[in-house]
Design a protein around this ligand. Structure first.
Ligand SMILES: [Zn+2]
Length: 288
């Protein structure tokens, strides 16, 4: 049967229109039958699926590293060991996170051909880079001179928003894969975490910004003489910022655990789809 519509090859993206289904792709030799089966993941390119699986694994490792950094930082803070070790671990974590984001947003061969110039995939990548730059400014501001420190703190704060956008975008991106597994429950679950987790981080950021902002004002001499009761401005910061921070911490824990479970489900789905795709797409060596 001849293919009458634009149909990109699942492997290389070559347009198969006008060819017949019993042949192989003239560009890469993948059986054409594989490219006309719809967009379920198990009919996709196995190498691409393998990247999605590896990227998701890296994300899970990165979360583990972040938890270790937190624990190590607490211990080092207590023992008075060098701060450099924490900085190094944070650097490794940021690098892994960036790598994972790029792996997960690897373009699918058959989609690349007709991709929009601005899309979710590229937005996630841009936000991932901005987020890492934000983490660097956040580290740099600790050792910077006072006047540069304010600028770096603001830059870090703005770029932290990019991190939240990245997380949101990534989950929208993952949800598309749930649709292609297909797994309606995973899709629904992703929608809940999609709104819950960034909201939780936003609450933390807002709370932190209120407390930090007022602390800077107090430090600059406005509403000085902070005693045990604190100046009116200081009390306002506590009243305004702390509830945000507390609600944020609880929500981040709940949605964070849920997020880890989602990632585990996706990793398993990618692994299974890749195994199916490899079996299905194994080129019949005698056919070419
Ligand atoms: Zn091809």
């Amino acid at each position: 049967m001849q293919i009458s519509e634009d149909t990109p090859c699942v492997q290389c993206g070559y347009n198969l229109r006008g060819l017949t289904q019993d042949k192989s792709c003239p560009e890469c030799g993948t059986p054409i039958a594989r490219s006309v089966l719809g967009d379920q993941l198990r009919y996709a390119d196995p190498q691409w699926l393998e990247r999605l699986r590896f990227g998701t694994s890296l994300k899970l490792w990165n979360i583990l590293i972040a938890i270790v950094i937190g624990a190590v930082a607490a211990i080092i803070g207590g023992l008075g060991l060098p701060q450099a070790l924490v900085e190094l671990l944070a650097l490794v974590g940021a690098g892994l996170g960036l790598w994972a984001a790029f792996l997960i947003t690897t373009p699918e061969p058959r989609v690349l051909m007709r991709e929009d110039p601005i899309n979710l995939r590229k937005l996630v990548r841009a936000c991932a880079v901005a987020s890492v730059l934000g983490q660097f400014s956040s580290h740099a501001q600790r050792t910077a001179a006072a006047d540069i420190r304010v600028v770096l703190t603001i830059v870090a704060g703005v770029l932290a928003v990019a991190g939240v956008v990245q997380m949101f975008g990534e989950l929208v991106y993952y949800r598309r894969f749930a649709h292609r597994i297909p797994d309606a429950r995973l899709q629904k679950s992703t929608t809940i975490v999609l709104w819950g987790l960034p909201s939780a981080f936003a609450a933390l950021l807002i709370g932190g910004a209120i407390v930090k902002g007022v602390a800077i004002l107090v430090g600059a001499g406005i509403g000085a003489s902070s005693g045990p009761g604190g100046p009116p401005l200081g009390r306002a910061a506590v009243a305004g910022g702390v509830p945000f921070v507390c609600a944020g911490v609880v929500a981040v824990l709940v949605f964070g655990l849920w997020y880890i479970r989602l990632l585990t489900s996706y990793r398993k789905a990618f692994e299974e789809a890749a195994a199916d795709a490899r079996q299905f797409g194994a080129p019949p060596t005698a056919a070419r």
